[in-house]
Write a protein that binds this ligand. Structure first.
Ligand code: ATP
Length: 274
């Protein structure tokens, strides 16, 4: 067990949509300075879990605690104000706007007064570039550059740097490396480590076991809305984690049965199961 403090905690949380139980008896802690990897196949409940953490949904049953106190986030804005930031797969950035504008979207620094107030482009650019560089992206030097010209990894990094600058305590990263090549993914993983080093509690959602293993301190595998396994770094091998994500069915035996079918059916794959 970790001696660090949980920032957020779910206690026996259920979330149902009519008769569909998307989350079932979820108890989990998100700890400062740690990365919690949330793993699970399509439809396992990962999105529902992060939406419940970030105020989009309210639990049907159970309790959410923040800093040990009961917390109810009635909207995403309220969760954001409490320091819960969500970064989605494509960074949630605006491609036709500059880096400086994107960084300060919604909290623009201004100069002047009353009707003479205007967006302080220089300050925005200076701060945005400095913050992004502090996270290790030294290739970004011009805050006027359009975000549309950045790589996928740089966009993710910009969104993470922004969340850190605006005081996020919990950073939820929804498949940040899913659409990235190896080098770009490595870049984002380094930034995840940097956010953790700065004491943020990070929730990292991914399908990629290797990416999870590169940054995770704590792992939770969701299957059909329930936590099927909850373990810490070093307690399971890559193969064991992949098997858990596949619902306990050994990937190796699945591959062997597909190969066996191909051998007797002119190399054709088996038809999909119904
Ligand atoms: N708003 C909703 N209304 C009804 N059912 C929902 C709703 N949102 C999610 N579900 C159901 O809850 C279950 C979990 O869905 P969820 O989107 O959380 O899974 P996921 O793990 O994020 O999947 P993916 O990796 O494909 O995004 C699914 O069966 C889904 O159909």
């Amino acid at each position: 067990m970790s001696a660090k403090k949980p920032v957020l905690e779910f206690r026996k949380v259920d979330k149902s949509f009519g008769h569909i139980d998307a989350l079932n008896d979820i108890s989990i802690k998100v700890v400062e300075g740690e990365v919690l990897c949330l793993l699970g196949d399509n439809g396992a409940g990962k999105s529902t879990l992060i939406k419940t953490l970030s105020g989009v949904y309210q639990p049907t049953r159970g309790e959410i605690l923040m800093d040990g106190q009961p917390a109810l986030f009635s909207s995403p804005r309220e969760a954001q104000e409490r320091g819960i930031a969500t970064v989605h797969q494509f960074g949630g950035t605006y491609p036709l706007m500059s880096i400086g504008r994107n960084f300060f979207m919604g909290s623009e620094p201004t100069r002047g007064w009353g009707p003479f107030k205007y967006f302080d482009r220089k300050t925005a650019n200076r701060v945005a570039v400095a913050e992004v560089q502090k996270m290790g992206i030294t290739r970004i030097t011009d805050g006027d550059r359009l975000v549309g010209g950045l790589s996928g990894g740089e966009r993710q990094s910009l969104a993470i740097a922004r969340a850190v600058y605006f005081g996020a305590r919990v950073l939820i990263l929804d498949e940040p490396t899913a659409a990235l090549g190896v080098k770009q993914a490595a870049h984002v993983l380094r930034i995840v480590n940097e956010a953790k080093r700065r004491g943020l509690a990070v929730i990292f959602i991914t399908h990629q076991v290797m990416h999870a293993m590169a940054v995770g301190d704590h792992f939770a595998v969701l299957i059909r809305g329930a936590i099927a396994a909850d373990f810490r770094k070093g307690q399971k091998t890559r193969e064991q984690i992949a098997d858990l994500m596949a619902g306990g069915e050994s990937i190796a035996s699945l591959e062997a049965s597909i190969e066996g079918y191909r051998d007797t059916h002119d190399g054709l794959p088996p038809p999909p199961a119904h």
